[in-house]
Design a binder for this molecule. Structure first.
Ligand code: PMP
Length: 365
């Protein structure tokens, strides 16, 4: 162990949402509902499923390491060239590749928080220094505070919009003003894992800023709206030179064959995407109304999840919900102690959650 790089000991292991099988076994339950990992409750497009089955015929072959078909499809939608796209084994891998490309030991990474934990992981693997900037009141972004945290040693700034776990987002105006002022030596990484769910007209869209000539890279994923989390496929779009540099860290066949085939088909299925958005829109309204009826206040969200203030120990409510067969996410584990994060499910799952919460609160009081 003497030879292990010491920065690795600073890394706190990622704790995912509890798997359904585990909860079933542990609590002796027949039925378990998981609203913990911001997955799409509709499941993937039928077209994507068919594409997976068709692609099975080729799984003795290596995938296309260059992900050409997928890049062509993404280029058409985003008005970019293939050299501007990097494909990853989930955006988790993209975050790691960005870190490997830009961070020397001691380089600084600025992270508004609470947010997605993998930005810290990426920095720490490389021995980077993380600089955390708290979100403002109501979990709104304070980009002036982010700017104030930037130094000569800052290499990366991560902006997650809509933000996980808060659901809050960055407005166009604020993004514009931030990108105009951020020093040129800083690469701004916009994590837009949930942007396809955003409904606010004034929500910043990273691709527009990229086209505006800003030094940004935009990360997106097939895990959320496209419901392909199990296949692991994420991507980044940025200036060719930046993407070309990150490409140097990429493993030759990082994005698997089934994932690539599914993603191309999923991109072409506008109907399923729209249905998924509608389920989310309805689910947010249902959950918000139900929670407010129970006396909770909900943080307005632009994503496929929401957080609300439990006004008590969130861990206790989280545990009690597990006994009811409901897997939520404890805010304490996500940097929002006191809150609970709920991913939007189907209408039936949402109402079962609300019912279970009602029972739990009644019992605990
Ligand atoms: N970014 C954010 C903000 C996320 O919430 C997640 C998933 N939890 C990811 C990236 C990772 O997504 P992927 O499945 O593409 O690795």
């Amino acid at each position: 162990l003497r030879n292990v790089r010491s920065n690795l000991f600073k890394i706190e292991p990622y704790v995912p949402g509890k798997p359904m099988k585990e909860v079933k076994r542990e609590y002796g339950l027949e039925e378990v509902i998981k609203l913990a990992s911001n997955e799409n409750p509709l499941g993937p497009s039928k077209k994507a499923q068919d594409a997976i089955v068709a692609a099975m015929a080729d799984i003795h072959r290596y995938p296309d390491g260059g992900a050409r078909d997928l890049k062509v499809a993404l280029c058409e939608r985003n008005g970019v060239t293939p050299s501007q796209i990097l494909v990853g084994n989930g955006s988790d891998e993209v975050i790691k590749m960005i870190s490997e490309t830009f961070l020397h030991a001691g380089d600084e990474v600025v992270i508004p928080a609470p947010t997605f934990s993998q930005y810290w992981f990426g920095a720490q693997v490389m021995g980077g220094t993380t600089v955390t900037v708290e979100l403002g009141a109501g979990f709104e972004f304070d980009l002036d505070a982010v700017l104030a945290a930037v130094t000569e040693r800052t290499r990366l700034v991560y902006l997650c919009t809509p933000n996980n776990p808060t659901g809050t987002y960055i407005k166009k105006q604020a993004m514009q003003s931030f990108l105009e002022r951020v020093p040129k030596h800083v690469l701004v990484v916009l994590d837009e894992a949930y942007i396809e769910y955003a409904e606010a007209e004034d929500a910043a869209n990273g691709i527009e800023f990229l086209h505006g000539g800003h030094n940004v890279i935009v990360m997106r994923t097939f895990s959320k709206l496209y419901a392909l989390a199990g296949l692991r496929l994420g991507y980044a779009i940025g200036p060719s030179a930046v993407i070309g540099a990150i490409e140097r860290t990429r493993e030759p066949f990082n994005a698997n064959l089934l994932a690539q085939a599914a993603a191309v088909a999923a991109l072409a299925d506008e109907e399923h995407r729209e249905a998924s958005r509608q389920v989310n829109r309805d689910g947010i309204a249902q959950l918000t109304a139900g929670l407010e009826l129970l006396g909770y206040s909900v943080i307005p969200t632009q994503a496929n999840f929401l957080i609300f203030d439990t006004k008590t120990d969130d861990k206790e409510i989280f545990q009690a919900l597990l006994h009811e067969g409901l897997i939520a996410r404890s805010g304490t584990a996500l940097g929002v102690p006191g809150y609970l994060r709920i991913s939007v499910g189907t209408a039936e799952e949402n109402s079962k959650f609300l019912e279970a919460l009602k029972r739990v609160v009644f019992r605990l009081n």
